[in-house]
Design a protein around this ligand. Structure first.
Ligand SMILES: O=C(CO)[C@H](O)[C@H](O)COP(=O)(O)O
Ligand SMILES: [Fe+2]
Length: 220
């Protein structure tokens, strides 16, 4: 299973966003994690459709969009048009999860289904063959720079186990509090896509991405 780094631009320097995205891609990051917050599902507001459309051309990288918004089905088409490749929606934010995943697929995007730290993996069972990616939040969604919740490791193991039982090879992505010191154990638990915001965009971005790529490649 391919291991992938998804730098979260929530911690980027927006004055030079395009350059920083290019640095991530040039040093091995394959996904760019794009956190959208609506001030309702989470209390913060981040950025949205025009920013995505604008950075789409900055580098050759898969746009992995994490929608922390209520009723994301309303915006599926708009994010597709702006350049999303993978659209992650929260289980907790959808009135009709299946209809939302279907809408994402209808536009030709990959679907990601996301759960918050307090939501059990069990709720994903009906959708295991309905999404290409499952995102386990390892912090409370809403802001970057928080500490990894250790119980997330059990959730990752449980989810990978359920997928394996069914012979499914979906991406298991983990988001929140990931750094060079805990990346290996997150991968060993069964994740293959690591989101990292503050650990990538502090100090030397190229060196940080290279450090993650080394761990990702060693643990494939
Ligand atoms: O979805 C998110 C927050 O809601 C971010 O993707 C996440 O927190 C990444 O930031 P960091 O690596 O600094 O924890
Ligand atoms: Fe995120």
């Amino acid at each position: 299973m391919k291991n992938i780094l998804a730098p979260s631009i929530l911690s980027a320097d927006f004055k030079v966003l395009g350059e920083q995205v290019k640095t991530c891609a040039e040093n091995g990051a394959e996904y760019l994690h794009f956190d959208v917050m609506d001030g309702m599902f989470v209390s913060n507001i981040s950025f949205g459709i025009p920013v995505l459309a604008s950075i789409k051309g900055a580098a050759d990288i898969v746009m992995d969009v994490h929608l922390m918004i209520e009723e994301p089905i309303r915006y599926v088409e708009a994010f597709h048009k702006a350049g999303a490749d993978i659209l992650n929606v929260h289980y907790e934010a959808c009135e009709d999860v299946q209809a939302t995943l279907d809408a994402i697929h209808k536009c030709g995007m990959k679907a990601g289904l996301t759960i918050k730290p307090a939501t059990p993996v069990e709720v994903l069972k009906p959708y295991l063959d309905q999404a290409e990616l499952f995102l386990i939040m390892s912090v409370e969604p809403g802001k970057g720079g928080q500490s990894f919740i250790p119980e997330s490791l059990d959730k990752i193991r449980e989810l990978r186990g359920l997928l394996n039982e069914k012979g499914l090879t979906a991406d298991v992505e983990v988001d929140g509090g990931i750094h060079l010191g805990n990346a290996k154990e997150v991968l060993e638990s069964g994740a293959n896509v690591l989101v990292a915001g503050s650990a990538v965009f502090k100090d030397n971005i190229a060196e940080n991405v290279k450090g993650f790529m080394e761990i990702l490649n060693e643990n494939e």
